[in-house]
Design a protein around this ligand. Sequence first.
Ligand SMILES: Cc1ncc(COP(=O)(O)O)c(C=O)c1O
Length: 413
Amino acid sequence: MLPQAPDDTDRLYLDNAATSFPKAPGVYEAMLDYGRRIGASPGRGAYAESRQGSAVILRCRERLARLLDAETPDRIVFTLNTTDALNTAIQGLVAHHRRTRPGAPIRIITSAMDHNSVLRPLNMLRRDGVSWCALPADPATGLIDPADFARAINPETALVALVHASNVTGCIQPIDHVGRLCREQGVPFLVDAAQSLGHVPINVRECGIDLLAFPGHKGLLGPLGTGGLYIRPGVEGLIDPYRQGGTGSQSEQDTHPDVMPSRYECGSHNTVGIAGLSRAVEWILEHGVASLRAHETELINAMLAGLEGLAPLGYRLIGSAPSTCRVATFSVTHDTISPHELAMEMERRDGLLVRAGIHCAPRAHETMGTIDRGGGARISFGAFNTLEHVHRTLACLEAIGRDLAIPVRSAAR
Ligand SMILES: Cc1ncc(COP(=O)(O)O)c(C=O)c1O
């Protein structure tokens, strides 16, 4: 008889790499409070509620600046998500080059582990004469070799863009090393921290980061629809803003203000979302990313040990980076069923919610040899998952693996 589907309360969300769930304590309350009690658009009026809204936004910038060790809060630009932040940086840098050095070649370096939110803008820009290359990663671990970056940088290099933690293998790239190289060569360095901020400590100054794109809605445990871009002082001189509009400031001018962060922010803010994000970042600062990382490391170690034991049942973990070099994102394949079938079976049997497929990272799956198998089934744990959740996941995989093994054994007899 087939196992019964669990009832709704037994469902376990394991897709924190897409967006974290649940969010940090107090996030939903902060959003509701803003919506119900304040409501106004910041910077749009001199009345108290609009000023309160501006204070909410400033407090969130201050907290984010503290988290990243950014120079000042105005270095943090709010965006819709990581993709929006990456586009602001990449498209703005190319526009600046074109405007200030017409006809000069523009070359951008990224890695094979990067996400479509970098690869697709670069491919669109290629049609307009921008050249770019994706440096390879080790097919066993998914890690890049900084020496490849050192060799690839040349006088035409306008930008190095590198994903910090892979959303496929979970491996963490050595951004401090690449950051140092870029600083030595005078090349701007853009980090995609979609899968790392909130999971591992990031100090933008120590890592030589010029631009850091991040989501508010993943590891920072804030709501969907939030994100940001850190811009090192002076680097805004290399990034043209690619949209203009109302800012609520300098309204007598019909040209967009040049000051940070308004230079890159226009239109009404997602203030309800930012109120939630602010509470989430406050919670993260209270707990410390190092202690969240210590908890995540326990989950990673348990998961790595468990998956190793499941190898005889036909499972393969995509990417073998050790726990010191990875976040708690694991993509697995099975010898006899597709990633989609595996993910569906995990939900049907045990209410485990995981994401199957290519995860918007086609070159990462090409590198890891999983593109032709339809990618992997990605299990991504978050700050509120426990060892019990890891054991439940492993038990589910084991049960599926055992059931799949039975017909194979009887056929062999
Ligand atoms: C590595 C990486 N970069 C960028 C993104 C895009 O993030 P967002 O959904 O915040 O735009 C993701 C989303 O999963 C990601 O995993």
